[in-house]
Design a protein around this ligand. Structure first.
Ligand code: PLP
Length: 286
């Protein structure tokens, strides 16, 4: 069976789904998204992802097109066609297409008309799972030049995509972003450092996406260990001199950063504390 895509209440074969060129998602990146991981066929932290989706919609003033029960029905219907056990469900909602184009105004910055929101969902296999150890990767560093509302899970990812492409060209997994001398987050992850058994991560604010994995790791995994966790800004120098660095997101869970630009972090392999937290994570998804 080929993968299916949900677009505005119709299931298409993956290559067949098409959107209007007048969709404000296409013209202005006027929309939000969410990505929900499924492990062993079960959603992980669905409620938390759903709450963030509602919050993102509210922040850019798009009405949720469906009730919670309607979402559940539509997701179940789509996932009946999914043959994978470990996968990510991508959900995107854009403000959509003007309900009336008769006036000939096809594109205007202000969302001054009535719009029919576009809802897109698809799933992609998460091939790396189940894992025994965290991936060990390189990261590069760049200035954080994004807008100041990084807590909205916006589909406007121009800088994130650009910075991550530069990382890819350097055989790195992630670009860690620095604003005013402090680490904010990665282009698609939250960042943690370990120094002498103390774990630090940037606090929640408009400067970072409130990662669902980040919160889960802090509240459910780190708090039950002997390690101290500090949610506080930390500098580029602290990042560079950390014993361990790890980044978190819903597709990879926890990735150990062993190399920053051309410098090794710690011993250059995954640190003990990162490995401990990773193995607790894996236990909790099984
Ligand atoms: N920060 C950014 C900018 C992201 O794009 C992501 C995930 O895509 C994260 C952090 C991690 O968020 P989550 O743990 O909810 O996947």
């Amino acid at each position: 069976m080929s993968d299916k895509i949900f677009l505005n209440d119709i299931l298409f074969d993956a290559e067949e789904a098409k959107v209007s060129v007048f969709d404000r998602g296409y013209l202005f990146s006027d929309g939000i998204y969410e990505l929900i991981p499924y492990f062993n066929g079960k959603p992980f932290l669905f409620d938390e992802h759903y709450k963030r989706l509602e919050r993102s919609l509210k922040m850019i003033d798009i009405e949720n097109p469906f009730s919670r029960d309607e979402w559940a029905d539509k997701i179940n219907n789509l996932l009946k066609t999914c043959i994978y056990k470990n996968f990510s469900l991508y959900i995107q909602i854009s403000r959509g297409v003007p309900s009336d184009l008769e006036d000939g105004i096809y594109r205007e910055h202000a969302a001054s008309k009535k719009y029919i929101p576009s809802v897109l969902m698809f799933y992609s296999e998460n091939k790396g799972f189940p894992k025994k150890k965290p991936n060990e990767e390189k990261a590069i560093i760049m200035e954080d030049k994004r807008w100041l509302q990084c807590d909205v899970k916006s589909i406007s990812l121009l800088y994130n995509a650009y910075a991550k492409t530069l990382a890819h060209r350097e055989n790195a997994y992630e670009t860690i972003l620095i604003r005013d001398g402090n680490v904010t987050e990665g282009c698609s992850s939250n960042v943690f450092i370990v120094k002498e058994n103390v774990i630090k991560t940037c606090p929640k604010s408009n400067l970072i996406l409130p990662g669902i994995s980040r919160t889960y790791i802090i509240d459910n995994l780190i708090k039950s260990t002997e390690y101290e966790l500090i949610e506080k800004e930390f500098s580029l120098e602290e990042l560079e001199s950390a014993d361990e660095i790890f980044v978190t997101n819903s597709t990879q869970c926890i990735v150990s950063i062993n190399k920053l630009n051309d410098n090794l972090i710690g011993t250059g392999t995954c640190g003990k504390i990162t490995e401990e937290i990773f193995s607790q994570f894996i236990k909790s998804i099984n």
